[in-house]
Ligand binder design. Structure first.
Ligand SMILES: C[C@H](O)[C@H](O)[C@@H](O)C(=O)CO
Length: 450
């Protein structure tokens, strides 16, 4: 995305959009990072011919990383949905109990957490070969600037960071992970450096843009752009739905651990107390399964049919891990109901409606947990990201939470990324609240009443 930012201006243009399909080979599921990098840099180069580009910054999904030796990527990064993470959980469980780990890093128990994946790499001897680990946005920053560093918001999703923001060296030792693998930490707003001449030349980038560190965990950037008022909960809605509140400090009481809430670092030292809910993944994977059966259907058509589907549908637990990476999502949903003796919904319209009702139900339960655990009363929900375009889901969320829903902006991660860059470049100033005010002035959220 190309953004033009000023004190009263926040204009976003889509320079390119390209698929990000993980690839299954014999050793598992991997991301095509070189393709993503070249697609992005080609789009930036094209944009730099139209207008002078002064800054570049990358944000992405969390937890995944590349292993390097003497500056070269050793292997193609794995996708966090690869089944090796089950073994990773076992390896970490063998060393430390979940409550102890939670007290140290405050992260939800999920197979995808970086320490689980690194523990599998250690068991397979990959870490002996590596001298550096870089999260995916940091890998792109390294390829652009030659500098190796890890931005803090994404580092907080690894499980290797203490609640005080330092690497947990004792835990690394317990897990047999070399601390020297971890480059220095940097904060969002840091100038990473100029583009390497070779990169500029290879892609034909005009001008001399600086690379900035921003909230490199896309959810952290999305929350920057969420026009949160006091009493607001946020839902960062995309492949995943992240339901949470922004707090000054992590919440790691036993109740939070039992409810499997996570504490991930935000921009400006904030804390994101939140829960992962399966999100649009449920719908995109169902659509993929129907396409594979030769019954492809457009998303708009699915949502129209679901909106018109007024027969009662049951709801399933949209946080249940069986939905993490099933081969056939509609079958997994039917299986969830069958295992509980509940008649599953039949047909695409009913299943889609069931997915959206189940998501809204999970949001309402997460928000009730947040109120109980944090003591904060939630008076509104801000839904940002691609899922905020789903008006049926926004309506169901307002109905099930019982509070007004404010939907938008859609491109929240990109906007949060741009705002932090622009402030680091001195074009904007002020606090997160000031940045959010600009968002509210430019992007009027759509309101849905309970
Ligand atoms: C693993 C997920 O990607 C992560 O929990 C989520 O916050 C995210 O990054 C969504 O893009």
């Amino acid at each position: 995305m190309v953004g033009r930012v000023g004190p009263e201006e926040l204009e976003l243009t889509e320079a390119a959009r390209f698929p990000n399909r993980p690839v299954m080979v014999n050793d598992g599921l991997h991301w095509s990072v070189l393709t993503l990098f070249s697609e992005a840099l080609e789009a930036i180069a094209a944009a730099s011919h139209e207008a002078e580009i002064s800054g570049i910054a990358v944000d992405s999904w969390a937890v995944d990383y590349g292993l390097l030796r003497q500056g070269s990527l050793l292997s193609v990064p794995y996708s966090y949905r690869d089944s090796r993470t089950e073994r990773g959980l076992e390896l970490v469980d063998a060393v430390i109990s979940q409550p102890e780990l939670y007290a140290r890093c405050g992260l939800q128990r999920m197979p995808f957490t970086t320490i689980n994946q690194l523990s599998v790499d250690r068991e397979r001897g990959m870490l002996e070969l590596a001298d550096t680990m870089l999260m995916l946005p940091d890998l792109f920053n390294y390829w652009m600037t030659g500098r190796q560093a890890i931005e803090r918001t994404n580092a907080t999703t690894t499980g290797m960071m203490r609640l005080d923001g330092s690497w947990d060296l004792e835990l690394l030792e317990m897990l047999g992970i070399e601390p020297s693998l971890l480059p220095p930490l940097i904060d969002s707003g840091t100038v990473v450096g100029p583009l390497l001449p070779g990169v500029r030349e290879h892609f034909g980038v005009h001008g001399d843009p600086q690379v900035y560190a921003v909230g490199s965990h896309d959810t952290a950037s999305a929350v920057v752009a969420a026009p949160l008022a006091s009493g607001a909960a946020f839902i960062s809605s995309g492949t995943w739905s992240l339901v949470g509140v922004e707090t000054a400090h992590p919440i790691t009481c036993a109740d939070a651990e039992r409810a499997n809430f996570t504490n991930e670092g935000g921009v400006d030292g904030r804390n994101r107390f939140m829960k992962n809910v399966m999100g649009m993944w449920l719908l995109s994977e169902s659509k993929r399964a129907w396409e594979a059966e030769g019954e492809g259907i457009e998303l708009t058509e699915l949502l129209r049919a679901a909106a018109e589907h007024d027969a009662e549908v049951p709801v399933f637990d949209a946080t249940d891990e069986i939905f993490y990476a099933p081969a056939d999502m509609p079958a997994a949903i039917r299986g969830w109901f069958a295992a509980r003796g509940i008649r599953p919904p039949e047909g695409k319209a009913a299943i889609t409606r069931c997915i959206l009702e189940s998501l809204a139900d999970a949001y309402a339960r997460a928000i009730a947990d947040i109120e109980r655990i944090s003591g904060q009363r939630i008076t509104q929900v801000n839904v940002v990201g691609g899922g905020s375009r789903n008006s049926l889901l926004c309506r169901l969320t307002a109905r099930r939470t019982g509070v007004p829903v404010y939907a938008g902006p859609v491109e929240a991660s990109a906007i949060g990324n741009l705002l932090v860059q622009a402030r680091a470049a001195g074009v904007l100033s002020g606090s997160l609240a000031d940045l959010r005010d600009l968002v509210s002035r430019v992007y009027k959220p759509q309101r849905y009443d309970p």
